[in-house]
Design a binder for this molecule. Sequence first.
Ligand code: SF4
Length: 484
Amino acid sequence: MALKTGREYQQSIENLALEAHIMGRAETHLTDHGLVRPSLAAVAVTYDGAHAEDDATRSLFRVRSPLCGHDVNRFTHLHRSTEDLVKKVTMQRYCGHTTGCCFQRCVGMDAANAVYSTTFDCDADCGTDYHRRFKAYWTGIQEDDLVVDGAMTDPKGDRGKRPREQRDPDLFLRVVERKPDGVVVCGAKLHQTGMLNAHEVLVMPTMGMREGEGDWAICFAVPTNTPGIRYIYGRQTSDTRKLETPSLDAGNPLYGGQEVMTVFDHVFVPRERIFLDGELPYSGRLVERFAAYHRQSYGGCKAGVGDVLIGATALIARMNGVAKASHIKDKLVEMIHLNETLFACGIACSAMGHATPAGNYEIDMLLANVCKLNVTRFPYELARLATDIAGGLLGTMPSAYDLADPVIGPYIKKYLAAAEGTDPVDRVKVLRLIENLVAGSGSVAYLIESMHGAGPPMAQRIMIGRQGGLEEKIACVKGLLDIR
Ligand code: SF4
């Protein structure tokens, strides 16, 4: 077994021959598609990291797996220590600041760690056989160094109703038929980051299921090219700029993220690939664990993208000739403070992690929720400060076509001149990158996803309320004041 390079990974995705509906057309050669290619390149960074020339970077990505007995890519690892958890977040920051976007591969890693410990608990309590199945399945994932999309979010229909009360029961993905060798499922998973760049999809329930909702308490994995699965591409702000030549207006010249709506239309799941089927209490436990791992992840990836935004903002201040102004310096310090606070929370919930009965490591749940709640706010403030420092040109720049025009181009260059030694075209490049992150296609991952990915702010507030230890704090005060 060898760890794949980015190039080998891209070839392996091409071999899957996936089809997706993109802007009204059924597209087949996805790896060559202008909208898809940047996101595939971003995932490839997670592979190339394992082959980095410097030892420090390589050691972030390579780790010995007790499951298969070899070195594996950390994106397929089941964490065995708090050091593993810290390295995970550090690796995600590296990927974030290398790509300046969502690199997509974390969802499967987070899902695997949650499924691993939850199947162990379920088997211990219910005598099921899920943990052995999952270990066998995940050993294959590690051996083949695959990308797995973790799929949790159902459409949910009327939010005031339970799954079986919905007008259409498929609004929550469910088992519609049981066969001797497996089950057939119908439903959909929304907001699937990285699904089109994955070899496998690991489906989980979207919430804790209750009595009578056994058909919705289903967890399983299938290859992404399984018959019956359909992909419908999500639009992003300014997405078609990725198709333009010259490419300057895209902002991020190499990388980008993407999301798809994924429909499961009578998809057959073999028994060996089912990891939960109707054991109700474990559906909620699985959701909680996956969410907490992914809330930890944001402390790494969003800090990495924040590095890019801060770097671009500092550079544009220099190009604009205002880098020495005290209020600019102070705003940049504020941006760094906010960004490092996100990272600090990611590291803190990792360092305070603990072993699960299954043997893999779990983050501190309270601190992971604090981490994600900060992520729902701080990138917005970072974007506001970047917009402030960049100036109004951020929203009014002429297009790359005009810049390349032999008659109009020289006017643009003449009037976009700024600080001594600054090339106006370089200035436009930096502004377009900032625009990409605060208002363009990159803002989908940096802002909207920061709000809603791994659950919206209220989900974290509920968990913080549950885990914040209010009673213990009250007991401390009573002890201090000798109140009985
Ligand atoms: Fe990874 Fe961040 Fe993208 Fe989630 S949002 S998949 S943590 S890069």
